[in-house]
Ligand binder design. Structure first.
Ligand SMILES: NC(=O)c1ccc[n+]([C@@H]2O[C@H](COP(=O)([O-])OP(=O)(O)OC[C@H]3O[C@@H](n4cnc5c(N)ncnc54)[C@H](OP(=O)(O)O)[C@@H]3O)[C@@H](O)[C@H]2O)c1
Length: 261
């Protein structure tokens, strides 16, 4: 229960990796505010699961690709709670939102491209600007979720990869500027994990099969694999880790693309 008495906020936590992170932080003793975009019922189920663990849960709708929504969500957190210990930037454009941005390079269009950048990269800027003042004097922890697609080629993934690369750079800059305020800022970068997001890829079944075959640890990643590392970064044992991108992929990036294997 290392996070007992802490208040966490996780974006995009109605399902997938965000949900696993929210539940992990609750397991570790934190009260958890979750954000969702469209799936209110799913978010309310996550709140129930947090409360079943004996923690407080709270859900707030908001589009993290829109600054006015981000400001409204943080206004609500400020008004209702007045402080924050942990902020996890996890939301990602999904479903029809990515049309035009999740495509072969030569077919990229402005709409989906802007949505992905707005949610992944700019959303982190506007959120962190609001999270930091709420962490004053509280040894705050900020973790952004990235993906190893920043380094490897994956079909249709150019814009996500570029936006995640920007996110990792933003984390390093914030880590330097928020360090003197006693705030840890890091990135957790995951390999392929079986969620709805990855089901969008063409040849999803093939990706799953090949990922499991290639990964040194012998399987595809699960949301809980990332959640455990995020939970650790939110503890005081991780206090000397600052501005880093921690790769969590079962060793896949060590071997992917090596033709002799
Ligand atoms: N899956 C992978 O292989 C993988 C690997 C490495 C890293 N990641 C990263 O892990 C994070 C979570 O991915 P995932 O696979 O769990 O995704 P997912 O299953 O598609 O879930 C996306 C989450 O983001 C929310 N969301 C969508 N648009 C939003 C918006 N405009 N504003 C706020 N929230 C929004 C969704 O809410 P609603 O349900 O309400 O729509 C949902 O909770 C992402 O940052 C992703 O890049 C994923």
């Amino acid at each position: 229960m290392e996070l007992e008495g802490k208040l966490a906020f996780v974006t995009g936590a109605s399902r997938g990796i965000g949900k696993a992170i929210a539940l992990k932080l609750a397991d570790m003793g934190a009260d958890v505010i979750i954000n969702y975009y469209k799936n209110k019922d799913a978010a309310e189920e996550v709140v129930k699961e947090i409360e079943a663990k004996g923690r407080k849960g709270y859900a707030i709708q908001g589009d993290f690709g829109k600054k006015e929504d981000i400001d409204r969500v943080f206004d609500e957190i400020k008004e209702k709670f007045g402080y924050l210990d942990i902020f996890i930037s996890n939301a990602v454009a999904s479903g029809r939102e990515v049309v035009g941005g999740f495509a072969p390079f030569l077919k990229l269009r402005e709409r989906g491209t802007d949505r992905i950048f707005n949610i992944t990269a700019k959303g982190f800027i506007w959120s962190a600007q609001r999270a930091v003042p709420l962490m004053k004097g509280r040894k705050g922890k900020i973790v952004a979720i990235s993906s190893t697609g920043t380094k490897d080629y994956m079909p249709y993934y150019a814009i996500h990869a570029a936006a995640k690369s920007a996110l990792e750079a933003l984390v390093r800059y914030l880590a330097v500027e928020a360090g003197p305020l006693g705030i840890n800022v890091n990135t957790v970068s995951g390999g392929p994990i079986d969620t709805e997001a990855i089901q969008l890829f063409p040849d999803y079944e093939k990706i799953k099969e090949e990922t499991a075959k290639l990964t040194p640890l012998g399987r595809m990643g699960e949301p809980e694999d990332l959640a455990g590392v995020v939970g650790f970064l939110c503890t005081e044992d991780a206090r000397w880790i600052q501005g880093q991108t921690i790769v969590v992929d079962g060793g896949l990036s060590l071997v992917r693309g090596k033709k002799d294997l």
